[in-house]
Design a binder for this molecule. Sequence first.
Ligand SMILES: C[S@@+](CC[C@H](N)C(=O)[O-])C[C@H]1O[C@@H](n2cnc3c(N)ncnc32)[C@H](O)[C@@H]1O
Length: 356
Amino acid sequence: MTQENIHVPNIIIIHGTKANGGSGLADAFVRSSAWQLYELSEDPTEKTVQNILRTVIENSSATSKAHAIILADQKLSFVRELEQSYIEEASVISVCMDRFRAYIGNDTVFYDALPSRQSAETRYDALAEQLLNWMQSTFAEFLTPRTVYQRYDIMPGMGLGSSLSNEKFCALEPFLLSPTTQNMNGKRALDVGCNEGYLSLGMVMAGADVTGIDIHRPNLTTASRYINAVFHAPSATFFHSDFFEFEGGPFNTILCASTFHYFRNRQEDFLQKAHALLIDAGELILEVGVSQEGGDQPFVEKYARHVDSDDCHFPNDAEYLRMAKENNFELIDKGRSVDQAGDPIPRFIYKFRACA
Ligand SMILES: C[S@@+](CC[C@H](N)C(=O)[O-])C[C@H]1O[C@@H](n2cnc3c(N)ncnc32)[C@H](O)[C@@H]1O
């Protein structure tokens, strides 16, 4: 089991503005819908940058982060320290402009915004696009239709379409948050099949201490590999692990979203192990496709979608309730989730409590 970290960027600091094209690049990011200008301040003092970071953090919610572009004429000596101080709440990518080239880290260079016959605006748009493409392609070596699942929502403007992860988190949130405090403060949560950690991060932002596990290493490493060099951000704890091999806990909450169908004929084993990993009265949130076949009788629909190599198992409502009951879970709540495009089986959220 290997620990991985995952980070989400939401602030770009562009260093080297006036003679080097940084303002042009910032304008290009603003023009693109990808990164909305939150506040722009040329040559900011430490206090200004601090205020921007605070405002961004305050304006970020559990499900969406505010984005800021900060312009600085010089390489700001205090940025590293600020990044460290805000590491729990914000994440920063530093772009250095030098003679109309953009650098990230030590060895990543983007082409000149000049010279060209095109207008400055077009050239800077092209430079901004290169940066976004680079973020995408840096991950791309690992990506499969499965692993890009959440990337779309993590990196706004990547042009990869939408996986509905954000909508899914919004649907899950009322099931995850404490009804009295409306947060997950003090809760230890396990995200089973966390993919690239989008839902894990939602729980982190709601106050939980989150462990994410996934059987597919690239899901965890695509973000962390790249980001370790570039981004400095809050981290949940991620482990490359098959759920059935995972050792840890106890947890207050287990979230298993869009993953249960992969357990196939081990779905009851999952429930048994989930029960063992939870504290007494701990909560299991299952976000699942529910077969509409079989009426009131337990029934399992088996089929392979375009992303599956083998048939997945989609129980109907009666079968979910039977399996849960037989593994000492009681149903507390049930509601609709978001349906995935092209998937004929509707998605639901079950909230179960572990009984003795
Ligand atoms: C469709 S994705 C769902 C991702 C995320 N939970 C969500 O809802 O956005 C299913 C994930 O489950 C992971 N997975 C499948 N079987 C697993 C297992 N036995 N243990 C851990 N992860 C598993 C896959 O690698 C994949 O990342």
